[in-house]
Design a protein around this ligand. Sequence first.
Ligand code: AMP
Length: 226
Amino acid sequence: MDILLLGPPGAGKGTQAAHIRERHGLLHLSTGDMLRSAVARGTPAGLAAREIMNCGGLVSDDIIIGMIAERLDQPDARGGAIFDGFPRTPLQAEALDQLLAAKGRGINHVIELVVDAAALVDRVSGRFTCGTCNAGYHDRHQRPAEEGICDHCGGDRFTRRPDDNAATVATRLAEYEAKTAPILPYYAARGLVRKLDGMAAIESVSQAVDAILDPASASICEPVVS
Ligand code: AMP
């Protein structure tokens, strides 16, 4: 099964992708994580991407498509994947279709997380993660139970993304509206898009995701937008 999670920065794509990975056993492919790893390793792609990412712009389609093509060729990607943060442009959407078709696959579901733009700056600008297990936290909404200690793994090292600040978030949102939102009709025309209320509680969104991926588990209370 191949699933796309679409939505602006802060919509909860990473959180729901982690849920899907655990519950449905699919590989989580985040182009943002892949780029951050490339930046940390100082690879040519990472060097080309770093400044663009820090400013909130989109990295070139060539780099992104090449990175995904290579990743999809690896054995652990054979059973399908959750694409988080990809595709972000019409060209990337078409390239993904071609890459999957070459493997006899196609996108099964596109889940759009719909959020209130005004809430996103607050959501994104306060977030931080455990440097050991990657668990997500927030300055105002989700602090660790014990200050400075990760609830999940006990780690005491936390990191913040350099692009999670108010100015860069505004650019990332504008990029989403201008370049990524226009790919939704491409999938809607094929009847693939399900819209979920990304402002609902994380657990409710996860339940709604489960109902899409595994209709037998459907709840009557899913926060579906339309
Ligand atoms: P994310 O972690 O998905 O928020 O991505 C962080 C940053 O990485 C974005 O603001 C872009 O600069 C870059 N990026 C991630 N995925 C893509 C993509 N599919 N196309 C272009 N740039 C991307």
